[in-house]
Design a protein around this ligand. Sequence first.
Ligand SMILES: Cc1cc2nc3c(=O)[nH]c(=O)nc-3n(C[C@H](O)[C@H](O)[C@H](O)COP(=O)(O)OP(=O)(O)OC[C@H]3O[C@@H](n4cnc5c(N)ncnc54)[C@H](O)[C@@H]3O)c2cc1C
Length: 471
Amino acid sequence: MSDQLADFFSLLENRIDSGIVELMERGSATDPRDRLVNKSKFCLKPKTTREVSSILYEANQRGIQLVPIGGSTGLVGGHIAERDNQVSLSLERMNGIQFSSEDNLITVQAGAILADIKSIASDAGRFFPLSIASEGSSQIGGNLATNAGGLNVLRYGNIRDLCLGIEAVLPNGEVISSMKALKKNNMGYDIKSLLIGSEGTLAVITAAILKTYPLPINPLTAIISVNQPCDALSLYNQLSEKFPDRIMAFEIMKYTGINFLKKTGFKVRYPFLKEAPWMVLVDVDVNIGSTSLREEVLQTLHDFLDQNSANEIILSNSLEKKKEIWKIRELLPLANRKIGSLCSNDISLPITKIPDFIKDADKILFSFSDKIIVNCFGHMGDGNLHYNVFPTTEESRKNLEKSRYEIIRIINDLVTKFSGSISAEHGIGRTKSEELKLYEDKGKFHTMLTIKAAMDPKGILNPGVVFRENE
Ligand SMILES: Cc1cc2nc3c(=O)[nH]c(=O)nc-3n(C[C@H](O)[C@H](O)[C@H](O)COP(=O)(O)OP(=O)(O)OC[C@H]3O[C@@H](n4cnc5c(N)ncnc54)[C@H](O)[C@@H]3O)c2cc1C
């Protein structure tokens, strides 16, 4: 350990708490994509906002770089320290959750686990809609820092839409407290929205006030086999025209996903009689109060089948069946991880362009190499695809790894041509900072740099994340 770090830690231990510095345990900061390795050896674990403020103040004075870490489930490496003189900062000891039945709001500390927040809301008869496969370990501070999306964005928005108030600590130790549960608040700049999605580069988020919603009563879940993405789009158009605001999730999956699940040993019950080239998974909130739209939604699905646009439609008629169907979708990222992608592209497109994008991207990629498999799935209702590229064999992996950036560029160029985004919900982190510079509007990129320089002039918070160092 350098003298500088030793002095810093001894000051924190004397002034704050003798147990505030911990050795970084193996596996406490990992990259779910297994590409980056955490180099930080120490983790600071404060218990209060005041302690966070002291840590940042002292680190800023000394130019010590800090890497905020939540549940370590981020997919772009924002929580992974690049050097051993960087210090991780975890808010896991700040994990309070308080539900208020007076206004149905939840006040949380940043280290609270997402699944715990959802379960406390549910125990109170309310629904906190942020739903991601990593909810058992991701923390709300990490969710806010990445502006997490997930399955229910279509109806409830991403976490930026679910957050009313925020508390955060700036790199110089100053506390921003905007813990006001207001729908309307035009007192100057919207700093809350700026900090949400800032990936630990502008401030450390310490607490938030979140909205909850009525628990959906027995939503209708259906999985539909279609031949092509344009059929999925047609179903989306028909449902959203008739039932605006009722569709909770509209997911698309290619059959490749089923093959991947089989190959990696995940046990799922395949719902269809025949092979489904593409599958759509939809949740519709059909009951509100005494009004039920179940029959009308079922009729729309039957009409869709009659138009010969669907091959098969499977409805869930029990909670068990619903879980079984959703398990297919939820296990896909884990199967992908086991197989190991060449590149995972979290992109968003105008929803009407999705079929054309998939057709064009497949065509260009397969002419680039016939040793490629694409496992494409995602939150189609949000225009968000995970267009993930894999080698056909371990042998072809070696060659294709050399062309990884070329493949990423092919996809990103096409996304840009279709007026899409190269990062829909996972953020930029460390792995996409070069791409951000290349594909983001110059004016916006320079404004972002100006904001970073103003809020963190010494560059102590998450250097290398969003922007390359010395940008
Ligand atoms: C299987 C799987 C499925 C996933 N599905 C989805 C999905 O559907 N939708 C989606 O949006 N994401 C998804 N993700 C990505 C990931 O779960 C989210 O990005 C999540 O919000 C990260 O939370 P975390 O607590 O794990 O943060 P970490 O991974 O620890 O950190 C993420 C970023 O936030 C910063 N950070 C963490 N805590 C704070 C804080 N208190 N203050 C400031 N900065 C902080 C870190 O520095 C880092 O830049 C998935 C990941 C996995 C592994």
